[in-house]
Design a protein around this ligand. Structure first.
Ligand SMILES: N[C@@H](CCC(=O)N[C@@H](CS)C(=O)NCC(=O)O)C(=O)O
Length: 309
């Protein structure tokens, strides 16, 4: 199999979710560090527009969104599973809640002025300003929680997580599953990137102990790789054969049409290409880039809009 290449940056919570899943599955990976704000020409050469972090590349296949990346890793290495048979519906549903509701409450709390100032202390003021402006543009039209409301919500969510840990070491049982990885990363951000506001954990020591167990999973075996090497790897590879799953049309858009796929909120940059698969859970677009050659870009259906170009 071609190398697993993760395009990410150290402080990204969704990247931490993915690094830990790679560690959990003991899948060796190559690390390409990408910018945290636009422009990201090397990312866009591969994705065709999608700019969120992280993104996973295997040869000429590009996987956007950590919900899809989790499915890809599960397929490559089924054990240990992210989706235990007895709770897979619940595990995915709770993970989706964590990646959305918990994530935004935690981030509004983390990036309150005190947290933001801590994160950017060693960075020139222009860089902090550029980061704030990039994220403001990404969240146009989104309802953002004010820090005080975020603090109350986050505190309640932490108590609920603590209750879930009363009877077992991980959220849904004796081993971590997709719910643990999705609930962990926004809390990791508080602890590691904005420790000045991490006293919110004082009331829930069971959550801190669970976070220690999650951190102990580690990131597995990683090797550094450059963006140029990753783009050359895409150019040298053929996209993998598509899975033999039926085409499911919900939009009246035929296979072979030129389409765009974009996020529903936060970072709406579209990827354009030919729709070559639309399965129960995923879309695949074929596109050709000057540097990366022909690539297949994959998205989950949930959270993304498919439109005729
Ligand atoms: N639903 C996406 C969310 C990804 C996301 O929002 N990532 C943040 C960083 S953790 C991001 O893209 N920030 C802007 C950027 O990195 O350009 C996923 O699961 O991958």
């Amino acid at each position: 199999m071609a190398d697993i290449i993760l395009h990410h940056y150290p402080t990204s919570p969704f990247a931490e979710k993915t690094r830990l899943m790679l560690g959990y599955k003991q899948l060796p990976w190559k690390s390409v560090i990408i910018p945290s704000i636009m422009p990201k020409p090397d990312v866009v050469a591969l994705t065709g527009g999608y700019r969120k972090t992280p993104m996973l590349q295997i040869g000429a296949d590009i996987y956007c969104d950590t919900a899809l990346i989790a499915d890809v890793l599960e397929h490559l290495q089924p054990a240990p599973t992210l989706y235990p048979a007895h709770s897979k519906g619940m595990a995915r549903t709770l993970a989706h809640w964590a990646d959305n509701t918990l994530f935004w409450a935690a981030m509004a709390y983390n990036l309150q002025p005190k947290g933001f100032a801590h994160m950017f202390t060693r960075v020139p003021p222009e860089a902090a300003k550029a980061f704030a402006e990039d994220r403001k543009a990404m969240s146009l039209g989104m309802m953002r929680l004010r820090p005080a409301d975020a603090a109350s919500a986050y505190r309640s969510y932490l108590r609920r997580l603590s209750d879930m840990l009363d009877e077992h070491p991980f959220l849904l049982g004796d081993a971590p599953c997709i719910t643990d990885f999705a609930m962990y990363h926004p809390l990791w951000f508080t602890r590691v990137n904005t420790p000045v506001v991490a006293d919110i954990f004082d009331a829930t020591p069971a959550v801190l102990a669970w976070m220690d167990r999650m951190a102990a999973i580690g990131h597995g075996t990683m090797e550094k790789f450059t963006a140029a090497e990753a783009i050359a790897a895409a150019a040298a590879a053929m996209p993998a054969a598509l899975h033999d799953e039926p085409f499911m049309d919900e939009h009246g858009i035929a296979l072979g049409s030129q389409v765009t796929v974009s996020g529903e909120s936060f970072g709406l940059e579209p990827t354009a290409g030919e729709l070559i698969a639309a399965t129960r859970m995923h879309y695949t677009l074929r596109r050709t880039d000057e540097r990366a050659g022909t690539v297949h870009v994959h998205f989950p259906r949930i959270g993304y809009q498919l439109k005729a170009a």
